[in-house]
Write a protein that binds this ligand. Sequence first.
Ligand code: ADP
Ligand code: MG
Length: 271
Amino acid sequence: MSPSASTSPSTTATSATSSGTTMLKTVALTKDFRGFTAVNSVDLDVAEGTIHALVGPNGAGKTTLFNLLTGFLSPTSGQILLRGQDIAGKQPEQIAHLGVARSFQITSLFEQMTLLEHLELALASPTGLGYRFWSSRKQLNRFKARGMELLDEVGLADRSGVHAGSLAYGQKRALEISLALANDPALLLLDEPTAGMGMEDVDRTIALVKKASEGRTVVFVDHNMHVVGSLADEVTVLQSGEVLAQGTYDDVRNDERVITAYLGDAGGDHG
Ligand code: ADP
Ligand code: MG
C-alpha cells in the first residue's frame, strides 16, 4: 500500500466546532419491516466532538435509526461508518467494544437493584445490557470505585445504596445516562433523555449532557426545542424515515419544509 495515495486535501465546510473528522456517517441507510420502510435511505454525517440532535414526529424512525447504529437491528441496506469502519450488521457487543453506547427511550432499570449495583454490572458488561447476574460480589467489587465516580458525575453519589425503584423519575434518567457512560464511549446515543421531565429536570439534564459530551461525540433524540437549541451543534430532521432537513438549529427551524411539516401536524386537527 502506498501511504501517499490515501489522502486528498479536501476541506469540509460543515461544522466550525469540530476537528473535521467524521465520527459517524451513514450512507443510504435503510430498514424495512415487512415492506414498511421505517428508515429510508438516510445519510447522516456526524463530526467528531460535536453534539447532533435527531428530531421528528413520533414514528419518524429515530429509535429505529439508533437500533441500527447500535446493532440491535440489522439494516436492510446501506452503510454505517464509525470512524470509517463499516459496522452495519455487527452485533451490539462488537459495536459497544468499538466505543458506541446508548440510553433507551423507555426506562430500563432494575427496581430492586441499588444504583451502585447497576453501575458495577454495567462496568462488567460491554453493552451495559448483558447483565452478568452470575458475577460474584467479589468480581464486582473491583468496579465499585469507578461506579461511585460515575454516580458522582450525574449527581447521584449520595444515593448509591438505594434501590433504583425508589428514585424520582429525573434521577432514573440520570442513572441511565451514567450507565451509558460506564464504558467511556467515544459516541454516546441518547434516546429522548428529557422525555416526561419537568423544567427543572430538563435543565439539569441539559447540563449533564453538556458535561458528558466533553471529549466525545453525542447524538440525541429530543422533542423539546429548548433542549435541542441548547445542546445541538447540528440538527437532522427525520420525517417518515427520511431526512427532511439538516443543518444548525437556526437553519433547521427556519426551514420552510420543517415549518410546514410541524404546522401540518399541529393543524391536522379540525376541531
Ligand atoms: P420514532 O422513534 O421516531 O418515534 P420508531 O423508530 O420507533 O420512531 O418507529 C418508526 C416506525 O417504524 C413506526 O411506524 C414504528 O411503528 C415502526 N417500527 C419500529 N420498530 C418496528 C418493528 N420492530 N417492527 C415493525 N415496525 C416497527
Ligand atoms: Mg423513538
